[in-house]
Design a protein around this ligand. Sequence first.
Ligand SMILES: O=P(O)(O)OC[C@H]1O[C@H](OP(=O)(O)OP(=O)(O)O)[C@H](O)[C@@H]1O
Ligand SMILES: Nc1ncnc2[nH]cnc12
Length: 179
Amino acid sequence: MARKTAVKDYIRTIVDFPHEGIMFRDVTTLFADPRGFRMAIDQMLHPYAGEQIDKVVGLEARGFILGGAIAHQLSVGFVPIRKKGKLPGTTISQEYKLEYGEAIMEIHDDAIQPGEKVLVVDDLLATGGTAAAGIKLIERLGGEIVSCAFIIDLPELGGRKVLEDLGMDVTVLCEFEGA
Ligand SMILES: O=P(O)(O)OC[C@H]1O[C@H](OP(=O)(O)OP(=O)(O)O)[C@H](O)[C@@H]1O
Ligand SMILES: Nc1ncnc2[nH]cnc12
């Protein structure tokens, strides 16, 4: 490939993973490259310069990698939203739809204080089910979501509209066609 100049150039596509017909957009190649990783973090943060953000919330699992770096850069705390049964303290739960069946996300019930301004972070927006569950958990704790930031949007899967219909501001760094 020619010289990489954009975040999208660092993302690898694996065909037929985890199922036949899926074009898996693999951000590990972006994370592994110091220039690419810094570019992604800087660009994800850029729209929020000067905005008040009290907490960064990352969605399991790749949202933890991005969220940790972004929270560190902002000098604010990081909060994980995890799949059911992983968090040790008292949690609240939210069901969400997967391609097949349903799953449950959880957050510690003392992780966000009412009125705190929250930035939600994940690597990829597909159907929006994961992020919508995260949004509901944060709002149930009284958090005020400033925005939801992703590296990748898969527009054909409609997640951006799902989040915007929930009243969310959404930022993405790049789009890929196909599921
Ligand atoms: O918009 P959606 O249709 O909800 O899909 C997006 C989610 O799917 C991927 O995570 P995955 O469920 O593969 O979990 P993992 O990061 O723990 O592997 C991705 O990192 C998002 O969190
Ligand atoms: N195509 C895809 N690539 C990576 N992660 C995903 N999560 C849902 N769809 C995905």
